[in-house]
Design a protein around this ligand. Structure first.
Ligand SMILES: [Fe+2]
Ligand SMILES: [Fe+2]
Length: 208
């Protein structure tokens, strides 16, 4: 594909992500789960956590798009695109759950998307092995974060729990797949930087 076509394609997917019109390819794991009774504080807490997860998936779209775009090996690009499609399911499921909880996605999504796209571009320009290492570390941090949500979500919120459980399993898969393709470990200072950025994002997205 020529550069202008790619640019238009990216712009199109960025708009779709931010407008919340992504479509899941797989059934929503919450679809067959009965909705539990939540009081208003629990509902607010669930919505805050699911908004954080939704922002994480907005970032995942931007990261995978950028990393796939600049990947050198076609096999690695294929894997990045495949993982990105699964992240689109996560994006659609978390958006649906936010709607059900009577809430909304983060107002800062354009900012998160742009930041993550820039970060993904930097990771990709460091070469495929480092870019894969970045995927491994990101997915590891996201999985740990989702597992915290599994204990923080109200136990009655079975629908959110079902979604987060499936997401956590998928993130582990994405990390393993990137590892198997020859990931080079992210240095400790960069791991800490990523953690600090994630902290800013998750704290802000809970409210905003
Ligand atoms: Fe995800
Ligand atoms: Fe993932």
């Amino acid at each position: 594909m020529q550069f202008p076509d790619r640019l238009i394609q990216h712009f199109d997917s960025a708009l779709r992500v931010m407008a919340g019109i992504s479509v899941a390819g797989r059934a929503n794991p919450a679809a067959r789960v009965a909705d539990g009774e939540l009081d208003s504080a629990q509902r607010r807490h669930s919505a805050g956590l699911m908004r954080v997860n939704h922002v994480g998936e907005v970032c995942a779209q931007a990261l995978y798009q950028a990393q796939a775009q600049f990947a050198r090996s076609p096999a690695i690009r294929e894997q990045l695109l495949l993982a990105g499609r699964e992240e689109e399911d996560h994006l659609a499921w978390t958006a649906e759950r936010l709607r059900e909880l009577g809430s909304r996605p983060s107002l800062l999504n354009p900012l998160w998307y742009a930041g993550a796209f820039a970060l993904g571009t930097v990771a990709a320009t460091l070469g495929d092995a480092r870019s894969l290492g970045f995927v491994v570390e990101t997915e590891r941090q996201v999985e740990a974060h989702l597992n915290e949500h599994l204990s923080s979500l109200p136990p009655q919120d079975a629908k959110s729990l079902a979604i987060v459980q499936q997401m956590s399993a998928d993130e582990a898969e994405h990390g393993s797949a990137a590892q198997a393709l020859g990931a080079q470990a992210v240095p400790p200072f960069a791991q800490m930087g990523m953690q600090a950025m994630a902290k800013v994002m998750t704290t802000t997205a809970y409210y905003l």
